[in-house]
Design a protein around this ligand. Structure first.
Ligand code: PLP
Length: 418
């Protein structure tokens, strides 16, 4: 058990507490649910804290990264550059150069432009970038495979992939190694997830028959986790067997790593490891409703729900009781916007000023997915616990720094504010 009260008094609130042991257990659970030998990529997007990235690397996960900042974190956390897969639409020449210069050579390619830009950057460094083609556009369902994708900025429409493979063969600097799918996120059922992942395998077989080299098959993910409320991730008791059957049906060598099968996960690996500690700053009654004003709002948690990447924010602290009672409480943050609301209608009959509330399952899409710069409060502390003891405590800082002028000219900078 982690002593949250002691952490709150030692480091202050708001504070995220991350349990390294929980991350390791999640990685083991996911591995056990997948076919033997499946490679797991941890998506740093979910939580780029270097201690968590390091723990997942030690647990055998590779890293799925998508920015220069994530390259830095992965390498600092001890991930080998060759164990990184760089993904995402709109990779700039600067970002590609940055990654290649640090030894990252494995990329998911999202378009012809992306491929040519990568090839040019790799040639300039005299290296060969290894590529997966991110595939958009198949509908999994029943036993068939329909190529009726949804319009998206992600990936290459499946019907266009064979042509892109032929184009790639004309470019020095890049070599196509396989396919990358990511068709579902936070799947609501094991059955739905299984259908999508098996559909990706079938789509890959079709692409291989059209000439796509298939040395790596990244079927994506969609492994689910609760968010900002008590609960446990669902189990996947039948998934592994279903995937094995699908792989056996079409891919002879997969058990020997030909192709290497891979999945990606962010939230399933880290969501349960994180808890947000937040102090009640005020309790107010207004026209018959009760508000607890916290020291953490959407600047520290849940900013991503504004992007509809998550359900509307409805946090539930571990302290809440099932029956809201006569006066349900709304949890407001400290920001000057009515949208700064973490949860409503909660049963917190005894809450008083100075209480520390604990919001569980915020290890994924918590701090760095929030509106850190909005209204200028200090960013929440991040305290990492391993074996029940504090391993590290730190704070992310937003800082204004002078910007170099590419034309070499001088220019004024605003005064430093802190
Ligand atoms: C966001 C993302 C993930 C991780 O998603 P989770 O729901 O956190 O598991 C994996 N792969 C890609 C390509 C993504 O964009």
């Amino acid at each position: 058990m982690i002593d949250f009260a002691s952490i709150a008094s030692r480091f202050g609130t708001p504070a995220y507490v991350y349990d390294v042991d929980s991350v390791t257990r999640s990685a083991d659970r996911l591995r056990a649910a997948l076919p033997n030998g499946t490679r797991i990529y941890y998506s740093l997007k979910a939580n780029p804290h270097p201690d968590l990235v390091g723990a997942l690397s030690a647990a055998g996960c590779h890293a799925e990264i998508t920015s220069s900042g994530e390259v830095d974190v992965a390498l600092v956390a001890g991930v080998d550059a060759t164990d990184c897969l760089y993904t995402g639409p709109g990779k700039s020449a600067e970002a590609l150069n940055y990654a290649l210069d640090r030894g990252v050579t494995f990329f998911s390619v999202e378009s012809g432009t992306d491929l040519r830009r990568l090839a040019a950057a790799a040639r300039a460094r005299d290296v060969e970038a290894q590529c997966l083609i991110r595939v958009n556009g198949f509908a999994a369902g029943g036993s068939g495979l329909r190529m009726t994708g949804t319009a998206s900025q992600f990936g290459v429409d499946i019907a266009e992939v064979p042509a892109l493979v032929r184009t790639a063969a004309e470019h020095r600097g890049v070599r196509i190694r396989g396919a990358h799918f990511y068709s579902i996120s936070n799947a609501s059922s094991e059955e739905g997830l299984s259908t999508e992942l098996r559909g990706s395998i079938r789509a890959a077989l079709w692409l291989r028959d059209q000439g796509l080299p298939l040395e790596v098959l990244d079927i994506g993910g969609g492994f689910a986790a609760p968010y900002a409320r008590p609960g446990h991730p669902v189990g996947y008791p039948a998934l592994g067997e279903a995937l094995v059957a699908e792989l056996d049906a079409g891919l002879d060598g997969w058990r020997d790593g030909r192709p290497q099968v891979a999945v990606e996960s962010g939230r399933y690996l880290v969501a349960g490891a994180g808890t947000l500690l937040t102090t009640v700053l005020d309790i107010k009654e207004s026209y018959g409703s009760r508000f607890a004003v916290l020291d953490a709002g959407i600047n520290q948690l849940g900013g991503l729900s504004g992007l509809r990447r998550l359900l509307p924010m409805s946090a539930q602290p571990a302290e809440a009781v099932a029956d809201p009672g006569s006066t349900p409480v709304s949890l407001a943050g400290p920001l000057c916007t009515p949208l700064d609301m973490l949860g409503r209608g909660l049963g917190l009959p005894d809450v008083t000023v100075g209480d520390v509330l604990t919001i569980p399952n915020v290890g994924a899409y918590g701090l760095t997915a929030s509106l850190l710069g909005f209204l200028g409060h200090p960013v929440a502390a991040e305290v990492v616990v391993a074996g029940g003891r504090v391993r590290s405590a730190s704070r992310v800082e937003l800082r204004r720094t002078p910007l170099p002028d590419r034309d070499g000219g001088g220019h004024p900078v605003p005064p430093a504010v802190r």
